[in-house]
Design a protein around this ligand. Structure first.
Ligand code: PLP
Length: 469
């Protein structure tokens, strides 16, 4: 009897492993190492030895819903800083490393505070983002050793706020983007950075030819001495897919740094911006962070040693890498229907919207997503689907670029299905909108084994108010 039982158990475990592999759950290289399938075929997410049953959560709190996992942010920030520091030590690099969390990626408290708690500095891109920093300082939330970089167009209001916070003793570094800002900030009595539009083409979603950010290398060299200049800064693209696309710009920036140091001896830092990709689709792995950081530090060192110039401090502003995997977005499948003229595929209609809640599907990055069931993860009857959002817009859908999304088949025995879109922590909240006045998703925070409601799902009153009703 006993033997038979354990055999059956063994088979069950094997089956679970097979389903996990199929849905790409439990793999570090896909950022799903904390995701698992329980014995009932439901999605669970772990935080150490705590466990969240996502199916129970959506049944309790309804959909559409986002769940943020601050612990994922913490571990990604910690890992990033530790890895840089480890390679700096091992390779004998003389500069320091500073990580700056990019506010524009996700300004929610539940994202910013865990990053700061693990030692992240901040990068802001507008006066309003800097206002949040001011608030945090006033509430004694931040240690004022924190370093804040200010990108984006400097309105008078923005500059006044920069000056005010600098006056309070903060390390706040405006990154100069153009002649006007250069002139205006001549009076500023702290360090400044300058943004360079590197003369290099990388293979990523970025329009090099008509980049409107910063000074060209030629312009910078003509400027000669820049008062209080400590940093050159660049940002090339998001979702960069090859390590070499980080290394070539870095080498170029180091050469520029070496030349500029002749007239600007206090220049001691290079900010390499953002761009680390995450494998959203989980079809193939990208580079590992360890390898990327190893190559960055090694190449920075070699290039500097070759030029006989002091190793600069390095700054990275990797936003998507840290915030993306820290949130999932959940919807209920409301109903399904045959796709006309495509007999093997069915529309699955959800109670949320790609246009509103996952705007990158159609706007900035034309994102492809990894979408999995929340329940029925052990289904053997599957269906090729296209997913339709709830707004009336014909573009409110996700078809994986005309391919398909595999999901459990709906039938008499299986009528209730929830789905999860993974890696929605970067950019989707700030880009969200209210097409057709649909309500934004509720936001839940999963932390220390408990679920808290950070933002309730909007009521008709809430949404009406936004439009003056
Ligand atoms: C948007 C942005 C980033 C973050 O880019 P990711 O690809 O999300 O890492 C970093 N730096 C600057 C200046 C940016 O504008």
């Amino acid at each position: 009897m006993k033997k038979k039982g354990s055999k059956r158990n063994g088979r069950k475990v094997n089956l679970r492993a097979k389903f996990k592999k199929f849905w790409k759950l439990g793999f570090e290289e896909f950022n799903t190492q904390d995701f698992d399938i329980n014995a009932d075929g439901e999605l669970v997410v772990r935080e150490g030895n705590f466990q969240y049953n996502i199916y129970d959560i959506v049944k309790k709190y309804g959909t559409s819903t986002e769940i943020a996992f601050p612990t994922i942010i913490e571990s990604r920030v910690r890992d990033l800083i530790d890895t840089f520091n480890a390679y700096i030590k091992v390779l004998g690099y003389k500069g320091k490393f500073f990580y700056h969390y990019v506010m524009k990626v996700n300004q929610n408290r539940e994202f910013v505070l865990p990053a700061v708690a693990e030692g992240a500095n901040l990068e802001v891109s507008s006066a309003n983002e800097l206002f949040i920093v001011k608030r945090m300082i006033e509430q004694d939330k931040f240690n004022n050793r924190i370093r804040v970089l200010c990108n984006g167009p400097k309105t008078e209001r923005y500059i006044e706020l920069i000056e005010e916070l600098r006056g309070k003793g903060m390390i706040i570094i405006p990154i100069i983007e153009n002649e006007h800002e250069l002139e205006r900030l001549r009076k500023f009595n702290g360090e400044v950075g300058i943004r360079v539009n590197l003369n290099i083409k990388i293979n990523a979603h970025f329009d090099k030819k008509f980049n409107h950010f910063g000074f060209t290398e030629e312009e910078l060299l003509k400027l000669g001495k820049i008062r209080n200049l400590s940093m050159i800064s660049y940002h090339l693209s998001c979702q960069i897919e090859k390590i070499d696309e980080f290394i070539r710009p870095l080498r170029r920036a180091i050469n520029l740094y070496a030349t500029m140091r002749e007239k600007n001896p206090n220049l001691d830092t290079i900010n390499i911006g953002g761009g680390v990709g995450i494998p959203f689709e989980k079809k193939r792995k990208l580079y590992t962070l360890k390898n990327l950081i190893n190559q960055i530090v090694k190449n920075a060192k070699n290039e500097c040693d070759k030029l006989g110039v002091k190793h600069p401090n390095l700054i990275s502003e990797w936003g998507t890498h840290v915030a993306g995997p820290a949130q999932i977005t959940l919807f209920k499948v409301l109903t399904d229907k045959q796709v006309p003229n495509k007999t093997d595929t069915r529309w699955y209609f959800i109670d949320g919207s790609f246009i509103n809640d996952l705007a990158d599907t159609w706007s900035v990055r034309r994102q492809k997503w990894h979408i999995i069931p929340v329940n029925g993860l052990d289904s053997t009857r599957l269906q090729k689907t296209w997913i339709a959002g709830s707004s009336c817009d014909s573009d409110d859908r996700y078809t994986s670029s005309g391919a398909y999304i595999m999901l459990p088949k709906l039938n008499e025995d299986f009528t209730e299905l929830y789905i999860a879109v993974l890696d929605t922590g970067a950019y989707q909240d700030p880009l969200a909108s209210h097409h057709c006045l649909l309500s934004s998703p509720a936001k839940l925070i999963a932390s220390n084994g408990e679920i808290k409601i950070a933002r309730k799902r909007e009521t008709p009153e809430d949404v009406g108010k936004l439009f003056g009703w």
